[in-house]
Design a protein. Structure first.
Length: 109
């Protein structure tokens, strides 16, 4: 599969300060696992449909679940947003306007 997503060195350097310290058994490759988690979320796949290049799907899910429960991904997003320096909030509307082929508004189904 040629369209796999891999975090590069600069991206990993920005993310690493937010990682938990490894206690006991060393974690599997962070780049591989995080790239797999991003790939799964970006493409809307089930965990079991993860390409084999990212490792076992159970490893991807366990890391995502553990770090989500501990708020690590939220800290990563806040840290990346703070580095960007954006002072305003961007809102994306959750509703959609539906237009029929005749150009008339129709309610969502």
């Amino acid at each position: 599969m040629s369209n796999l997503y891999w975090l590069d060195d600069a991206q990993m350097a920005r993310l690493e300060p937010h990682f938990l310290k490894s206690h006991g058994k060393p974690r599997v490759d962070d780049r591989r696992v995080l790239s797999g988690i991003i790939f799964i979320n970006r493409n809307g796949l089930r965990w079991r449909d993860a390409p084999k290049e990212y490792g076992p799907h159970k490893t991807l899910y366990n890391r995502w679940k553990r770090w989500s429960d501990k708020g690590i991904f939220a800290q990563i997003m806040l840290g990346l947003a703070a580095e960007h320096g954006e002072k305003k909030t961007v809102m994306i509307p959750s509703h959609r306007n539906f237009v029929s082929t005749a150009g008339q508004r129709t309610p969502p189904i």
